[in-house]
Design a protein around this ligand. Sequence first.
Ligand SMILES: Cc1ncc(COP(=O)(O)OP(=O)(O)O)c(N)n1
Ligand SMILES: Cc1nc(C(=O)O)sc1CCOP(=O)(O)O
Ligand SMILES: [Mg+2]
Length: 213
Amino acid sequence: MTIRHSLQVYFIMGSNNCIDNPLYVLEQALAGGITMFQFREKGRGAKTGTDKQKLALQMKELCRRYHVPFLVNDDVDLAIKVGADGIHVGQEDEPIDSVRRRCPEHFIVGVSATNVHEAVEADSAGADYIGAGPVFATATKHDAKTPIGLEGLAEIRRLIGNTPLVAIGGIQEKNAAEVIKAGADGISVISAISASENALTAAQQLKLRTIVN
Ligand SMILES: Cc1ncc(COP(=O)(O)OP(=O)(O)O)c(N)n1
Ligand SMILES: Cc1nc(C(=O)O)sc1CCOP(=O)(O)O
Ligand SMILES: [Mg+2]
């Protein structure tokens, strides 16, 4: 599967994003058809050190069983150590050229963009995909920037051409289809799955809403 296609339903989660056991939630989401996963262990109550590494390895193994790419957020050293499929870095994380020098050649390297300038810069720097957002308001990331809206997402698509593009921030079943229509190759979500009553059906519904006819 190409990176573009893997972006269709890109689930992001850390242990502090869900009430249930995160491994149970992840397996339900995988069974429901998510196409990429990012381990994002940060914020209040997040695991650290060997506890974080152990959970990363357990989540990686689950993703391997479902043939879904396993990426790590921010923590390049951990991504390399656990044999992840890639890393996601934002504007305040390790620069992409430094990440490329340190990571295995096959690594998927995703880069965040909160505006058109950052998107064009990330594209020029050789990001494998761009995570653009927040598209809508979100309470999940305490330091999220001002929402760019569907217009901002469409402008980014116009400026980066065919580079794989995933939208993030406040995306739910009700607005997923319009995000794809605006030009994203896929949606990236945390709470739409991690805070749902049923992660399997939540993933299934998001997948149905992101199919382009
Ligand atoms: C797919 C995707 N897009 C954007 C982000 C946000 O990354 P960043 O700006 O580095 O913020 P944190 O997630 O590190 O708080 C992401 N993680 N994934
Ligand atoms: C991790 C993250 N990054 C964002 C960005 O704008 O770069 S918004 C966000 C949180 C997404 O959570 P939810 O799907 O629950 O809104
Ligand atoms: Mg980051």
